[in-house]
Design a binder for this molecule. Structure first.
Ligand SMILES: C[S@@+](CC[C@H](N)C(=O)[O-])C[C@H]1O[C@@H](n2cnc3c(N)ncnc32)[C@H](O)[C@@H]1O
Length: 297
């Protein structure tokens, strides 16, 4: 029954979806440890999502957040971690949109300017990844003037489609309303991120409209990412992440934002990473999409 209540509240989908959720809830009540069925016509939702990535102009999602914005929505310590990077370190921004945060990082600071996020010391090499190419003239000019591949922009593929050889390893990885919020395979995504992190490096991200670890969500909140265990009981994203080996997880809950939002930092502490697997059971295209995952037993 929990499943019915949460899901009906969560996405603005009327009768058809409610019926689907009721069928799933009834099945899971009767069948205990049986995996939830995958939503019919999920491919249609994927096709709609593909169009969302490529929308431009006023119908597009926000893809130009700068470094100040990143500092506001990422966990505490992000700016300091960026500032500690040396010129041979590497920063990966997954779901970078226009790459504005990287451009800001590389913008020289005037004498009178307040200390910017990441400081004014040596700059790390930075790589931006986006499904669709959103490079602006500003990006092209800056990349050309810096030269030597100091900043790179990769598009046309999702994070999971790159090999370690193509991307290399990173000291710092960020994701602001990018792949972590949009992926249809959450465990594979986190596994990939951790495989690209150096030991001692950290991943900073944010997940909107999700059940908060400390349970401070306001009554009536809508959820876009839901996780359940093999018996269909709700699981919080941070509780799931904490089961990952070789990773230290820190979670900050933002109750007063428009949507209950979890700020997440994953610190890689050793090489034997193993992320408990999730299976996608529902997906509704959107910006961001609605997703429901079930943990494998
Ligand atoms: C809402 S925009 C956010 C852009 C930027 N981070 C910002 O805050 O302005 C989402 C970005 O995530 C990218 N994205 C979504 N899923 C991805 C994935 N699995 N791998 C790589 N990029 C992804 C999209 O292509 C897009 O660049």
């Amino acid at each position: 029954m929990i499943s019915v209540k949460l899901s009906a509240k969560c996405w603005k989908i009327p009768v058809a979806r409610l019926a689907l959720v009721i069928v799933m809830a009834v099945q899971s009540l009767g069948a205990g440890w049986v995996q939830e069925p995958v939503q019919p016509r999920i491919d249609e939702e994927f096709a709609k999502q593909e169009k969302i990535y490529h929308r431009r102009g006023t119908r597009s999602y926000t893809a130009n957040r700068g470094l100040t914005n990143y500092a506001e929505v990422l966990p505490a310590g992000f700016c300091a971690a960026l500032g500690r990077l040396g010129s041979s370190d590497r920063w990966l921004d997954i779901g970078a949109g226009e790459g504005q945060a990287i451009l800001d990082y590389y913008t020289p600071q005037g004498d009178a300017a307040p200390e910017k996020c990441g400081g004014s010391g040596p700059k790390a090499r930075a790589v931006a990844i986006s499904i669709e190419d959103r490079r602006t003239d500003k990006w092209q000019n800056r990349a050309a003037s810096l030269g030597d591949d100091r900043i790179r922009y990769l598009s046309g593929k999702r994070l999971s489609q790159y090999s370690l050889e193509e991307l290399g390893k990173f000291r710092l990885i960020t994701d602001v309303y990018g792949g972590f919020t949009y992926t249809e395979n959450l465990s594979r995504f986190v596994d990939k991120v951790l495989s690209l992190l150096e030991i001692g490096g950290a991943f900073y991200t944010v997940l909107p409209a999700v059940h908060l670890e400390d349970g401070t969500d306001k009554l009536g909140a809508w959820y876009k990412t839901e996780l359940v265990d093999a018996a269909s009981r709700p699981v919080k994203v941070c509780s799931w992440l904490r089961q990952t080996t070789c990773a230290k997880i820190s979670c900050e809950s933002k109750t007063d934002w428009d949507e209950p939002t979890q700020l997440i930092k994953i610190h890689k502490v050793c090489s034997g990473v193993s992320v408990p697997r999730t299976n996608l059971v529902e997906y509704m295209a959107g910006a961001p999409p609605g997703r429901r995952f079930q943990l494998e037993p």
